[in-house]
Design a protein around this ligand. Structure first.
Ligand code: SF4
Length: 373
């Protein structure tokens, strides 16, 4: 029996977030030629001398597979700065994982490198677009030409038949561009549009997020897109979309919650065999982040170190660490999230609560809903 056929993702059982995250992101390096305004990692142009080695990375991939997680994303910094990126992807594919990566839009992003990633077996490549025009995107990324680099790379990926994801981060600075950006991404023949709602950490701490009213406005538009577009819309750090969609359905709207893939990619290859819980993915709850030094954190947006893969077991930390367990315990939620009738399916963004109040169990101030109680 191969590792892939033993994998829990092949079982037609509900995915248990208390046993394993659906998705692990490994920040393979902090090294990046860009200096984007919202960067979580405060990325640098040089790699940290103590970042995980190839062998340590392969060991991490093996731990992800053994834990029962089906999806692994190799992020950065710029993962293309790692010469072993293809070797790591190959290792993950051999282990039966769905492997994705998120290259930065720099001169490293060549047609030859994309072909090399495809040859290694990458399942999906994500590119970031945060502005609808070259002027706004390049200003945000502080790199002239970044917008054109993304569009060119997306065209190459399409020609090579590599599934494309576009990542877009929204906050106060670019909310006015939502409609134009939605229109642009709709022309790129993508498989997924992942919409991030800013969490004020790293360099993003000085940027403003959306107001509760803007979230509701965005949810209306995103819900409509899920009904009209052929690609999958994913939301990250907008857990209260679950509440919004359920409210719409209970008031007679067409069912949509099942079509929005909240935070996680659920590719066609997994849809048939994997039943997801009716609970939003959240920090330490369906999700785990490993930084470039191997530190294990609930999320890149909730970067509290709870161990290191050089010394601590990944599954052990995810399943038994007190912070990880506590973040999955919705009875600990405070404020209006604590009394909300949607707290089990939504729970609010734990990363936003932590970033804005210092308390990971505080209510998510970006939600417009007032619980009945
Ligand atoms: S109050 Fe909290 S739990 Fe309820 S819908 Fe809003 S964010 Fe979710």
């Amino acid at each position: 029996m191969t590792k892939a056929s033993q994998h829990p993702a092949s079982l037609s059982t509900p995915f248990d977030f208390s046993r394993a995250p659906l998705l692990v992101i490994w920040e393979t390096t902090r090294s990046c030629a860009l200096a984007c305004d919202h960067c979580r990692a405060d990325a640098d142009t040089t790699a940290h001398p103590n970042e995980l080695s190839t062998e340590e990375g392969k060991n991490l991939i093996d731990q992800v597979q053994a834990m029962g997680t089906p999806i692994m994303i190799l992020s950065g910094g710029d993962p293309l700065n790692r010469k072993d990126l293809e070797e790591l992807i190959r290792h993950g594919k051999a282990a039966g994982l769905r492997m994705g990566t998120i290259p930065a839009a720099t001169p490293n992003l060549t047609r030859e490198r994309l072909a090399s990633l495809k040859e290694a077996g990458v399942d999906q490549i994500a590119f970031s677009l945060d502005g609808a025009t070259a002027a706004s995107h390049d200003a945000f990324r502080r790199t002239p030409g970044a917008f054109d680099t993304v569009l060119r790379a997306a065209r190459w990926a399409r020609e090579m038949d590599v599934p494309i994801q576009i990542n877009s981060c929204f906050g106060a600075w670019n909310w006015h561009e939502f409609d134009a950006l939605a229109e642009l991404v709709s022309t790129l023949d993508i498989a997924f549009w992942e919409v991030f709602f800013l969490i004020p950490v790293g360099r993003g701490a000085k940027l403003g997020g959306l107001t509760p009213a803007q979230f509701e406005e965005g949810f209306v538009k995103l819900r409509k897109m899920t009904q009209e577009k052929s690609f999958v819309v994913k939301l990250t750090e907008g857990q209260h979309f679950r509440r919004f969609a359920l409210q719409q359905e209970s008031s007679g709207g067409a069912g949509v919650a099942a079509r929005v893939e909240h935070t996680v990619a659920r590719p066609a290859s997994l849809r048939a065999g994997l039943r997801l819980p009716k609970r939003a993915v959240n920090a330490a709850d369906g999700f785990l982040f490993v930084d470039h030094l191997g530190d294990i954190c609930p999320s890149g947006f909730l970067p509290v170190r709870r161990g290191n893969v050089r010394a601590d077991g990944l599954a052990e930390t995810y399943r038994h660490d007190s912070l990880f367990r506590g973040l999955r315990d919705h009875s600990r939620l405070k404020g209006k999230c604590g009394v909300c009738e949607y707290r089990e399916v939504c729970g609010g963004s734990r990363a936003r609560a932590w970033a804005t109040t210092g308390d990971a169990w505080a209510s998510d101030a970006s939600c417009a809903y007032e619980p009945k109680s």
